[in-house]
Write a protein that binds this ligand. Structure first.
Ligand SMILES: [Zn+2]
Length: 381
C-alpha cells in the first residue's frame, strides 16, 4: 500500500512572479480537462511537463481527489533527488531538485518565465524526517494560496499496516466545545479515557472580541463611515482575530492528530474512529450558542480527521471507521437520557456514564467483532 503525506512551503514572493504562476495554474486547469494549449513564450520543458502528467492519471497528481488546500489547478512537477549517500533518482529535466547534501530545494523556471531562472529554498526538517522513515518525494506542486506562492511536496512511502496487538485506540470526534475523546482499550478493559479540547476560553475570548468590533464596524457602516481610517482599522482587526482563531484550531488539530498517532504506534493498537460530526452539529444547535461560535467549534474537525488518516496510513497503523453512538445504551440499546453535566443514563438498565465516554463502552461491546477470532476474551462470537 502506498501512503502519502504533504507539506506546504511558502516561497519568497519577491523571487516569484505571481502572474506567471497564475498562468501555469490556468494551463494546468485546462490540462486537467483534457485540453492542450501550447503557449509560444513559455519554456518547452515546462509545457511538456504539464501535458506529460496526463499519462499519470492514476498517480497522486492527476485523477485523484486533490487535497483541500491544493486547488485542483496546482501545477504538478516532477522532482530530481540527490540523496545524502551520493545516489540520485528522478528525471534529469525535473523542475524541482531536492538536494539533501546541501539541504536545499531548487526550483527551475517555475517561479519566473526566464531562462535558467532558479529559486532556492532551504530543505525543511519535515522532508528529512520523511526520508529517514523510508519515504521519498517524487512529486511536487506549485500554486497560489491566498495569492501567495507555495510549493507543495508530496512524500510517498510503501507501507504495510501492522498486525495490531491486544490494544485498541478509540477516537470519538466531536465539535471542539466537547472535544475529541480517546480511549485506550486493552483486551476487554478500558485502560484510559480522556476528552481533549483546545483552550476554549481563549477561542471564546477572541470570538467575542471580534463580535464587539464587528458591531462597532456595523455602526460606522450604517453612518457611511466604514471607509474612514477608523472603519478600515476595525475591519482589519476583526479579520485578524478570526484568522487567529482558525490558526489556533488548525495548530491544535495538527498537534492532537500527531499525539494520537504516536499513542497508537506505541501500543501497536488498532484505531477505531467515529467521525460522525452530524451528531455534534445537532447537539450544538440544541445548545443555543451564537451561530458564529457554532461554526468555529466545527471548524477544522474534518481536517483533523484527514490529518489523522494521512498519518495513520503513513505509519502503517491499521484503522477502521465505526459508528459509536453516544445517545444509545451500549448494554441494552435503549435511548439514553441526558442529565446536567452531560451525564447519560439508561432508564431501562441503569447504565450511566459521561457522554464522551459512552462511545468507549460501545467499542468494548463491539470489539470482539472487530478483532481476530483467536482472542480468548471473545469466546461467544
Ligand atoms: Zn440500558
Amino acid at each position: 500500500m502506498k501512503a502519502h503525506r504533504a507539506i506546504l512551503i511558502r516561497l519568497p514572493r519577491d523571487r516569484c512572479n505571481v502572474d506567471y504562476i497564475k498562468r501555469l495554474t490556468a494551463l494546468t486547469s485546462l490540462a486537467y480537462r483534457g485540453f492542450e494549449v501550447w503557449v509560444p513564450d513559455l519554456p518547452k520543458t515546462i509545457q511538456h511537463h504539464l501535458y506529460g502528467f496526463r499519462n499519470f492519471k492514476g498517480s497522486l497528481v492527476f485523477g485523484t481527489v486533490p487535497k483541500r488546500w491544493f486547488a485542483s489547478t496546482w501545477v504538478p512537477l516532477k522532482t530530481l533527488r540527490f540523496y545524502p549517500d551520493g545516489s540520485r533518482k528522478g528525471g534529469r529535466y525535473a523542475p524541482v531538485v531536492l538536494d539533501f547534501k546541501s539541504s536545499a530545494i531548487k526550483l527551475y523556471q517555475v517561479c519566473r518565465n526566464e531562462r535558467g531562472y532558479v529559486v532556492e529554498v532551504p530543505m525543511p526538517r519535515w522532508v528529512v524526517d520523511r526520508l529517514s522513515e523510508g519515504g521519498d518525494v517524487k512529486y511536487a506542486m506549485i500554486g497560489l494560496k491566498d495569492d501567495e506562492p507555495y510549493l507543495a511536496l508530496i512524500a510517498e512511502r510503501e507501507v504495510e499496516p501492522y498486525i495490531p496487538s491486544d490494544y485498541m485506540l478509540a477516537i470519538d470526534v466531536n465539535a471542539w466545545n466537547n472535544g475529541i475523546a480517546w480511549g485506550l482499550i486493552k483486551s476487554s478493559k478500558l485502560v484510559k479515557w480522556k476528552p481533549e479540547r483546545p483552550r476554549l476560553r481563549e477561542i471564546d475570548g477572541l470570538y467575542y472580541r471580534s463580535v464587539v468590533l464587528s458591531q462597532k464596524y456595523g455602526k460606522l457602516k450604517r453612518l457611511g463611515l466604514h471607509k474612514t481610517k477608523e472603519g478600515k482599522g476595525l475591519w482589519r482587526e476583526v479579520r485578524r482575530l478570526r484568522r487567529r482563531i482558525y490558526a489556533k484550531l488548525r495548530d491544535y488539530a495538527q498537534r492532537l492528530a500527531h499525539r494520537l498517532v504516536r499513542k497508537a504506534l506505541r501500543h501497536r493498537a488498532l484505531v477505531i474512529i467515529d467521525d460522525i460530526i452530524e451528531e455534534s452539529r445537532r447537539e450544538l444547535l440544541e445548545g443555543k450558542l451564537p451561530s458564529g461560535l457554532r461554526k468555529i467549534y466545527l471548524a477544522e474537525t474534518r481536517r483533523f480527521v484527514k490529518l489523522l488518516i494521512a498519518q495513520l496510513e503513513w505509519y502503517g497503523v491499521p484503522y477502521r471507521f465505526k459508528r459509536l453512538p453516544s445517545t444509545i445504551c451500549p448494554i441494552c440499546h435503549h435511548e439514553l437520557t441526558q442529565l446536567p453535566g452531560r451525564i447519560m443514563v439508561c432508564g431501562n438498565c441503569g447504565f450511566k456514564a459521561p457522554r464522551d465516554k459512552v462511545p468507549m463502552y460501545w467499542v468494548l461491546k463491539l470489539r470482539c467483532k472487530m478483532i481476530e477470532p483467536e482472542d480468548e476474551d471473545c469466546p461467544h462470537r
